[in-house]
Design a protein around this ligand. Structure first.
Ligand SMILES: Cc1cc2nc3c(=O)[nH]c(=O)nc-3n(C[C@H](O)[C@H](O)[C@H](O)COP(=O)(O)OP(=O)(O)OC[C@H]3O[C@@H](n4cnc5c(N)ncnc54)[C@H](O)[C@@H]3O)c2cc1C
Length: 503
């Protein structure tokens, strides 16, 4: 076979997955039905956990360059910023990076790592047996087939791959029906009432159950959204026109504010669905292909990106023949609950942004709760994905959690832990190193690096209460050694996550 993996879709999920697969040694082909990348950005926000993962792959500098940092997060535009400062992260903010830029940087990286990318090539059908998949593609020169060991559908919310597999996509139908325009306005936009710091301009119409909200995308250009609740579109498939947006603006805000130079028009609803399965034998789903929801709090791109980072090393290990039985199943068992959590919080936000006067009490109560530091922190953890905990056996509080970007005192000087993950390999952090740990990983040296350190430091965190951490390539702790505990459980964890040892 010419390729190990075909990835359908060169959105952020497919591109990041291609990077991860190439790092794991898998020959990857990405096909995207669009001949050119789009020139508008759906997503604008990259959250702390995504920035941490970018840092681990040596990509954060490019993303951070010139990108404004938003110190407070947004929950349901309630006007009380989510605080990220109390988390043990070096990136306590959301980064303002237009999706176009994210895709540009990930494309560059995927190609640099050797992935192939074919634009203007749409996946139209697929077949599979126990040996591999056959992907049918419609390219500029007509239809053709590609054989590969695996296919991953990263082809967005209307995923052809998901539909071809017959995987159900149940959820909630919309109750919010909005139109969006990225445009310039000749008149000054009205300052928003109660729309929160992320939406400084707008008009709230409790009587119409509608609102208009806008924020600047770049100097002079605004993203304007006009939302109506329980008022379905006349024709949801019809392309949005400038006149649709003008009419909606005039109805809700009394003027179209001289809208002109329109760059992007779209519809937006709070439809929320999740695939019942993420895998059918040799075909998997990731990103919007397996979960869609209201983009409240800016989570969808981040969720897909983190699906890709969870799946990449596992699929790479299966292809390399080192993966233990069932490793690939942990992709779905770990990532489906995380997406279900995002669906839950965005559904809650969809109710909170509905200006129906019946929800006023709920909004007021929620505002009060957002002022309670513990509640604020809880929601900030959800939105930023810093609180993700996978179901990994072990008593230590770090087990199953992301490892913070510790500052390590090594014999070569100070180094950040993230700098050891550029190649996406497993890592045993040993503090202080002992013979038992070194011996324990001998059979896994081709997959797991031993990093002996004298001390670890992380501003704002308690001193380390571990003697060693086994960390997966995606930065989650899968075993923690404790003082006096020796290497109990380490060999089992190595088997579970990295397969059988080489002899
Ligand atoms: C208005 C708006 C604002 C948003 N803001 C944020 C935000 O601030 N932060 C955030 O995290 N998320 C945000 N999101 C969500 C985010 O944009 C999506 O979650 C993200 O684009 C999903 O990425 P993806 O790669 O999974 O899918 P997509 O970006 O949809 O990419 C899918 C790709 O697959 C290709 N494709 C489709 N069918 C085929 C086929 N048959 N063959 C080959 N290729 C195919 C498409 O051309 C496309 O390039 C927002 C969304 C909207 C609508």
């Amino acid at each position: 076979m010419q390729y190990d993996v075909v990835v359908a879709g060169a959105g952020p999920t497919g591109l990041m997955l291609a990077c991860e697969l190439q790092l794991a040694g898998a020959r990857t082909l990405v096909v995207d039905r669009l001949a050119e990348p789009v020139d508008f950005s759906k997503a604008l926000g990259v959250h702390a956990r995504t920035v941490e993962l970018l840092e681990m792959r040596g990509l954060a500098t490019a993303f951070l360059r010139d990108a404004p940092k938003l110190r407070g997060g947004n929950f349901a535009s309630l006007g009380v910023p989510l605080q990220f400062e109390s988390f043990d992260t070096l990136h306590p903010y959301a980064l303002f990076v237009p999706q176009v830029r994210t895709e540009e940087l990930l494309t560059e990286r995927a190609l640099e790592l050797g992935a192939q990318l074919r634009r203007g090539h749409a996946l139209t059908n697929l077949g599979q047996d126990e040996h591999g998949v056959t992907v049918q593609v419609e390219g500029p020169d007509g239809p053709y087939e590609i054989d590969a060991a695996y296919l991953v559908g990263c082809d967005g919310g209307s995923s052809t791959v998901r539909k071809l597999l017959g995987i159900d996509f149940p959820g909630q139908d919309p109750h919010m029906f909005a139109v969006i325009a990225d445009a310039r306005f000749r008149e000054e936009l009205p300052h928003g009432e109660g729309m929160g710091p992320m939406r400084p301009y707008g008009v709230m119409r409790h009587d119409l159950r509608a609102w208009f909200a806008a924020f600047p995308l770049e100097p002079g250009i605004f993203r304007a959204t006009v939302a109506f609740f329980d008022r379905p579109y006349a024709d949801r498939h019809a392309p949005v026109t400038e006149n649709d947006v003008r009419a909606a603006l005039t109805e809700v805000a009394g003027s179209d504010f001289g809208m002109h130079d329109v760059h992007w028009l779209s519809r937006l609803t709070d439809t929320s669905r999740q695939a019942t399965r993420y895998r059918d034998q040799r075909v998997l789903l990731a990103g919007d292909a397996c979960h869609i929801h209201l983009p409240a709090g800016g989570q969808g791109l981040n969720l897909g990106f983190q699906d890709a980072v969870n799946l990449g090393w596992k699929l790479g290990a299966v292809l390399a023949g080192t993966a233990p039985e069932g490793l690939l199943d942990t992709y779905e068992s770990e990532r489906r609950p995380v997406a279900a959590g995002v669906l839950r919080n965005t559904r809650a936000q969809a109710v909170l942004i509905d200006p129906d006067p019946r929800f006023e009490g709920l909004r007021e109560l929620m505002i009060e709760l957002l002022h309670v530091p513990e509640t604020n922190r809880h929601l900030a953890g959800l939105i930023s994905a810093l609180d993700v905990r996978y179901d990994i056996p072990g008593e230590h509080p770090l087990t199953g959690r992301r490892v913070p970007d510790l500052l390590l005192d090594t014999s070569e000087g100070s180094r950040r832990l993230s700098s050891y993950f550029h190649e996406a390999r497993g890592l045993l952090l040993a503090l202080p190193p002992d013979r038992g740990q070194a011996d324990a990983i001998t059979g896994w040296k081709d997959r797991v690096d031993l990093v002996p350190v004298h001390a670890v430091r992380m501003p704002g965190t308690a001193p380390a209460d571990f003697t060693a951490l086994l960390i997966r390539p995606d930065g989650y702790v899968c075993w923690a050694g404790t003082p006096g505990g020796g290497v109990d459980g380490l060999t089992e964890a190595l088997h579970t996550w990295f397969g059988a040892p080489t002899t």
